[in-house]
Design a protein around this ligand. Structure first.
Ligand code: DGT
Ligand code: CA
Ligand code: CA
Ligand code: ZN
Length: 562
């Protein structure tokens, strides 16, 4: 997927937001949003495509996109940006604050930024205003705090795209990303790239089109800010200390402290240049394996390097055989254009087959998510189409599933006899996100206890930087899931990353099994599973913990008993 698609989609989304904010027609707002989604999910690079071919892109939008491709913006977007202060636009990014209220706050009270809003709430200036009760104010404060915390960090998907683009742009002898990105953290502060190559590499780096500003430039390290605001550090390291540099700059800092202690205990020294003895003679430096082995321990997979017990386990040679992307045998949560996906059933299935899966579930939304206009007839018709398609794919079992909606009381869309007609039932929270902790906990437990619910989809419902996780007693929820054999999903969509790895670890304590799903709404999303595998690795999962690494028979038997 080319970046041009993502950027054009982001511009259209921003335009839709601004258009809504300034009282624009809701129908047109939706058409911009739809077009943005279609463009983001379009498999081919926008620059090599006739924009008008993309579904949902009419003449007016096509013109805007073409202007955007030519100069990085379009006239109507510039106009609206000029009319709405940047602070007010940032107001709308506060989770739970819609455009209408944001504009109201600006026009009536002159509140022009999230900071100003937090001050106004604390000073009691909003009390008595229609639509701003104590609960609303509390949620707004939480949202502002969350926004400040996430700060300039971006989710893994954005950072990975950029890192791969940087790596592809540089003619190095050896090049790799390190830092939090290599450890597959869910959010990334800055990107750390290591390279072996000529000094001219720095010159080539700062001349790249994605570089917006050079922060610091040197022979060994150059830092830039990219057009998307992310910082990228490029370090050129000597070939003979490649392994030592990788260990050092992969981190985490806490992991590095631990292994440096190991070196010191032996009277040695560990730095970004190598592992040295008391006389400064090099013991190991060229590869990570050499360094870990010299310290008397097994090589530690990057996702585990968080000082969470991995050093002790590596010293005893007790590290688990972590799950890897190659272990994944299928996907159990995907959508088509029957609901809010943008690709047809045929195209999604064909793309899944190209990935070499043994099984693939289609799980379009169920009727209670009213805007998707799903009906039982449509679901059954899709089941027939899937059965017909099956003949074309002898090596991949097609599963007919659905993504149910967990109502506030824990009930789901269809009665048991309908649910039992599906091979896989995912059940997710899509509404009433701000229930109290007790209500939310009961809601999830009820869903787990439903014998026809197999998987809880994107359990916390968070969207990184946009929506906070729901509040529930996860210990209690996971206990119920363990007891009932209900699978917890690791939704791999990088702005969801849901469950996050700390909750995966907690759930595993309760004997819970997991499915690593893409939650695809377009063909390129299928590849997101690699991010879910990263989450699973950070939680120390093995293939035994993850149901969609299992052979079909074992999976089906487990689904039947849960
Ligand atoms: P981020 O960028 O906030 O997502 O997280 P990291 O882990 O990528 O952190 P970053 O970019 O500050 O540094 C990259 C790695 O370099 C870090 O994981 C460990 C190593 N490192 C940086 N500064 C230090 C330090 O002062 N001491 C040690 N031992 N290691 C450091
Ligand atoms: Ca970093
Ligand atoms: Ca850095
Ligand atoms: Zn969902």
């Amino acid at each position: 997927m080319g970046r041009a698609n993502d950027e054009a989609a982001a511009a259209l989304e921003e335009y839709a937001d601004l258009f809504a904010l300034t009282g624009g027609d809701a129908f047109r707002v939706r058409s911009y949003q739809k077009a943005a989604k279609a463009i983001a999910g379009f498999p081919d690079d926008l620059r090599q495509t006739d924009v008008r071919k993309i579904p949902g892109v009419g003449e007016a939008i096509a013109k805007k996109v073409e202007e955007f491709l030519a100069r990085g913006s379009f006239r109507q977007l510039d106009d609206l940006r000029g009319r709405v202060p940047e602070g007010v636009r940032r107001l709308t990014r506060i989770p739970t604050l819609g455009p209408k209220k944001a504009l109201f706050l600006f026009q009536e009270l002159g509140i022009d930024s999230p900071v100003a809003l937090a001050e106004a709430i604390r000073a009691g200036r909003l009390s008595g205003l229609k639509g701003f009760g104590a609960r609303t104010e509390e949620n707004l404060l939480k949202g502002i705090e969350q926004m400040e915390q996430s700060g300039r960090r971006v989710h893994l998907g954005v950072a990975m795209d950029l890192a791969e683009r940087v790596i592809a742009s540089l003619p190095a002898d050896k090049i790799a990303y390190a830092g939090s990105l290599r450890r597959m953290r869910e959010t990334i502060g800055d990107i750390d790239i290591l390279a072996v190559g000529p000094v001219e590499l720095m010159e080539i780096f700062v001349g790249q089109p994605y570089v917006a500003e050079v922060i610091a430039r040197g022979e060994r390290k150059t830092s830039v800010r990219t057009d998307r605001g992310m910082q990228v550090d490029l370090r050129v390291v000597p070939a003979e200390s490649w392994g030592a540099a990788l260990v050092y700059f992969t981190g985490s800092k806490e992991h590095n402290v631990r292994i440096r202690e190991m070196a010191v205990k032996k009277g040695w020294k560990l730095s970004e240049y190598g592992l040295f003895d008391g006389d400064d003679r090099v013991i190991a430096a060229q590869s990570e394996e050499d360094i870990y082995h010299a310290l008397g321990m097994a090589w530690v997979p990057p996702a585990l390097r968080e000082d969470g017990g991995e050093v002790r386990a590596a010293l005893r040679d007790e590290l688990p055989r972590l799950i890897e992307l190659g272990d994944i045998k299928g996907d159990l949560h995907t959508h088509t254009d029957l609901t809010d996906g943008i690709a047809s059933l045929e195209d999604m299935v064909a793309a899944a087959a190209r990935r070499g899966y043994s099984y693939y579930a289609v799980t379009d939304h169920a009727p209670d998510l009213a805007m998707q206009r799903m009906t039982l007839e449509k679901a059954l018709e899709q089941r027939g189409q899937l059965a017909d398609l099956q003949a074309k794919y002898p090596d991949m079992r097609l599963l007919h599933g659905t993504e149910l909606n967990i109502a506030p009381d824990g009930a789901v869309d269809w009665p048991g006899d309908v649910l039992r007609g599906f091979d896989v039932c995912v059940a997710s929270v899509h509404s009433h996100f701000t229930q109290s902790r007790d209500e939310m906990t009961r809601r999830f437990i009820a869903a787990c206890e439903n014998p026809d619910v197999h998987i809880i989809g994107h359990p916390t419902t968070r969207k990184i930087g946009k929506r906070p996780p729901v509040d529930a007693d996860w210990d209690a929820v996971f206990r119920a899931a363990g007891r009932t054999g209900t699978i917890m999903e690791i939704d791999s969509y990088p702005d969801r990353a849901d469950l996050p790895s700390d909750l995966v670890r907690l759930a595993r304590h309760h004997g819970v099994k997991f499915s690593i799903d893409s939650d695809s709404h377009a063909i390129p999303h299928l590849a997101h599973q690699r991010f879910g595998v990263g989450i699973a690795q950070r939680a120390w999962l093995t293939t035994d913990d993850v149901v969609n690494t299992w052979p079909l028979d074992r999976l089906l038997a487990f689904l039947r008993r849960s």
